[in-house]
Design a protein around this ligand. Sequence first.
Ligand code: NDP
Ligand SMILES: O=C1O[C@H](COP(=O)(O)O)[C@@H](O)[C@H](O)[C@H]1O
Length: 573
Amino acid sequence: MLRCFFNVKQNRIKMLSSCKMFKSHIHTNIILYLFLCTGAVATKVSPVEKETPIEKLKSELLSVTSSNEWDEKAGFDINENESTVSITVVGASGDLAKKKIFPALFALYYEGCLPKHFTVYGYARSKMTDAELRNMVSKTLTCRIDKRENCGEKMEEFLKRCFYHSGQYDSEENFAQLDKKLKEHEGGKVSNRLFYLSIPPNIFIDAVKCASSSASSGNGWTRVIVEKPFGRDSDSSAALTKALKQYLTEDQIFRIDHYLGKELVENLSVLRFSNLIFEPLWSRQYIRNVQLIFSEDFGTEGRGGYFDHYGIIRDIMQNHLLQILALFAMETPVSLDAEDIRNEKVKVLRSMRPLQLEDVVIGQYKSHSKGGVTYPAYTDDKTVPKDSLTPTFAAAALFIDNARWDGVPFLMKAGKALHNKRAEIRVQFRHVPGNLYNRNFGTDLDQATNELVIRVQPDEAIYLKINNKVPGLGMRLDCSNLNLHYAARYSKEIPDAYERLLLDAIEGERRLFIRSDELDAAWSLFTPVLAELEEKKIMPEYYPYGSRGPVGAHYLAARYNVRWGDLGLDQSA
Ligand SMILES: NC(=O)C1=CN([C@@H]2O[C@H](COP(=O)(O)OP(=O)(O)OC[C@H]3O[C@@H](n4cnc5c(N)ncnc54)[C@H](OP(=O)(O)O)[C@@H]3O)[C@@H](O)[C@H]2O)C=CC1
Ligand SMILES: O=C1O[C@H](COP(=O)(O)O)[C@@H](O)[C@H](O)[C@H]1O
């Protein structure tokens, strides 16, 4: 009962914190308190107990109403008028800032999710005035809000809160100037500061050092969002963590993996833990294999310099796909609390076997001409060395050595310049034992086992492939989809991952950010194989731009009796 109330409390926090209308949480607590007063009468009071569980909860609710801890958790302030949040985008002139961060901030503003008092500062070396930044922001803003009513008006309001300061990333003096400007905007209120490091990783530490020593004089919280890559192997990642911790506590560091902010990735745990029909099937007993697939139909355009230093395993597998795997395979967390969830993710990651060289296939795209258009090879990018062996494609088989998943292959596939853009999770179930319909009834039941597909993007959907009878006389089987197609089911657009994550960082919600021990566990799975690939100079298998990738990926899957599920045989809606 008590547990149930705690869950209600937790969910309420999440619901309320996303909605402006409910910012007066004091009222909600009072309502909940009154509810407890009336509902608690049925509870027996044992003579030895001073306080019943319900009474305990009542006093907790009352004490929490006046504690700062509650504000920190719920993400909104009792004294909203007395506090302010300054959001500084470090690297504001860059690609990510324009493409994702500013649009996400505007969308949050439009939806009424930003605090009453907030300021957005752009910081970079490029010389720009406030007006020029505003111009850049308004021109580059393409987000889901664009076609909404009042968009122009809201944009005008938002831009009035945007400012720019030009400075070096390693200059304490420049950050101190920023600090002074932030203070002017904060006007003596309790000042909370969020820094978003949207800069190349080699300057992370300089920027953190300067921001923490010279630009965090706010008297509220200071948090720093750090973009990937978090190092390029176990050692460099540990060094980065150590360096960051000279200036920040773990609680101040928000390591972003934007895949965790995607709607269907968030929904993964809901699907699994709130549906009786799935949870009992979620193990080696019923699941034959799990596939995590990422493909892009464009190359490294414009980011070749960065990419060549990292490659697809570090760019996509070690973070985005592994994070999805951890959420998929973890045990039930004690609660929805960030630490409980992250504890379970760490446990499952630590139960995994480091990836073996024989379980990896790598590829690189080559030039291809189609319909009179010639698509470039990876090495045609001017920022990429002609003899680069960096993989733009990889397939891998991973295993979790625990009781739940023993022997189940988790296959990952990630590639650039493939035939489509897609991210999905495919769960292939085992054969029905002693299936009455094993004889040929029109469907090859060896192929037509049940499959659950969670299409993360595009066109979000969750569908379950089942076998059914074709209507009519006689008996012919067919394979169909039970389909939750988001566009058909919901009229509301899906928020961009960066919106969710920025809001969470402002609210101090760490559930969707990577903890340092998670990061260590993730790197230890990939570091040995990455070193081996590089030391042995393993040649990638070349595949044409726009194709389905190297054939080696099929051999790898076949070794574990698996067929990739994304071969175009689905009748997905
Ligand atoms: N772009 C994307 O789609 C994604 C990016 N990321 C990560 O986000 C971060 C930012 O990415 P992105 O915006 O693409 O990066 P950019 O290369 O566009 O760099 C951002 C800004 O940093 C400054 N900068 C660039 N190179 C240097 C340098 N060598 N020394 C000092 N300053 C430099 C520039 O600003 P100025 O010259 O004005 O100072 C630039 O505008 C990176 O860590 C990246 O890995 C993660 C996921 C996706
Ligand atoms: O982190 C990265 O993600 C993008 C793909 O993100 P998506 O949200 O558009 O699917 C990828 O293009 C990039 O290489 C990588 O660094």
